[in-house]
Design a protein around this ligand. Structure first.
Ligand SMILES: O=C(O)CCCC[C@@H]1SC[C@@H]2NC(=O)N[C@@H]21
Length: 270
């Protein structure tokens, strides 16, 4: 019975990477466990990048999902759950999902997500470890050391957040969305699609071979990929790095869209 899943939060003082830890202990930890580290010594980002994790300042954690229909759903679940928690804790923040799986405020990155497969059956990924790093209490001067425009909850709201409380709330929120997913995967996927607010914008996409494409993000495909229009032709990308064209995006409109989306958002039922 899906509803028997309980939030299971494991807070570690120090670990190399919560994704690595969760994958190594995958068989011993219950489905839906959220592994959180107060300090990560070798946090990993997508495309081989490292992830800055100063001790006790930001949220770093990974969830084990053992009952997926498809691997890409892990990113949807974690992305939607994290965004919904941010909307509860900081309703004034115009945060949105940026394809494939980041949380942004305007052109500043607030959170990044890394999903790694943990089980493959008949060519399909059915279990995943999905990790997220959220800049929570990182002060503005430390943000300048990051090699891309970045932000934190503290920098955006001028408020500090208790990290243990944050972890507990995220573990609860994740389980609620996981139960919803197990009953109706389509609901969670739709929420994820709707929170991806850059559809229609001009973007630069770096494909997995490192080639840059500039064009319009047309829509999200059923398999989680993006349909991209470049010079009048349409291409489907299943992954890639997206850069926002600062000059072409109407930031005020994007902010309004993010806040409107946030007002319409309803917390998932208990
Ligand atoms: O934007 C990215 O490149 C993804 C960053 C993912 C970072 C998180 S922090 C918790 C988990 N453990 C890791 O080593 N990486 C992810």
């Amino acid at each position: 019975m899906p509803d028997s899943i309980q939030p299971n939060l494991l807070i570690l003082d120090e670990v190399d990477s919560t994704n690595t830890y969760a994958r190594e202990h995958f068989d011993d930890l219950p489905d839906g466990t959220l592994v959180v580290a107060r300090r990560q010594t070798a946090g990993r980002g997508r495309r081989g990048r490292s992830w800055l994790s100063p001790p006790g300042i930001n949220f770093t954690g990974s969830i084990l999902l053992k009952r997926l229909e498809d691997g890409f759903h892990a990113g949807c679940l974690l992305g939607v759950a994290a965004l919904s928690l941010l909307r509860e804790l900081a309703p004034e923040l115009p945060a949105y999902l940026k394809w494939p799986n980041d949380i942004y405020v305007e052109n500043r990155k607030l959170a990044g997500l890394l999903s790694e497969s943990a089980r493959i059956e008949n060519g399909r990924v059915t279990a995943v470890v999905s990790g997220i790093g959220i800049n929570v209490n990182l002060p503005s001067d430390a943000l300048k050391a990051i090699d891309q425009p970045a932000t934190s909850l503290l920098a955006e709201t001028n408020r500090e957040f208790n990290l243990d409380f944050f972890s507990k709330k995220l573990a609860e929120r994740l389980i609620r969305y996981y139960i919803i997913y197990l009953n109706s995967a389509g609901f969670v996927i739709r929420e994820w699609m709707e929170a991806n607010l850059l559809v229609g914008e001009t973007l630069t996409l770096t494909d997995p071979l490192g080639k840059e494409h500039t064009g319009v993000f047309r829509r999200i495909l059923e398999d989680g990929g993006m349909l991209f229009e470049e010079n009048g032709a349409e291409f489907a990308f299943s992954c890639g790095d997206v850069k926002i064209d600062r000059k072409s995006v109407d930031w005020d409109q994007l902010k309004i869209k993010a806040l409107r989306h946030s007002y319409h958002y309803k917390q998932p039922k208990e």
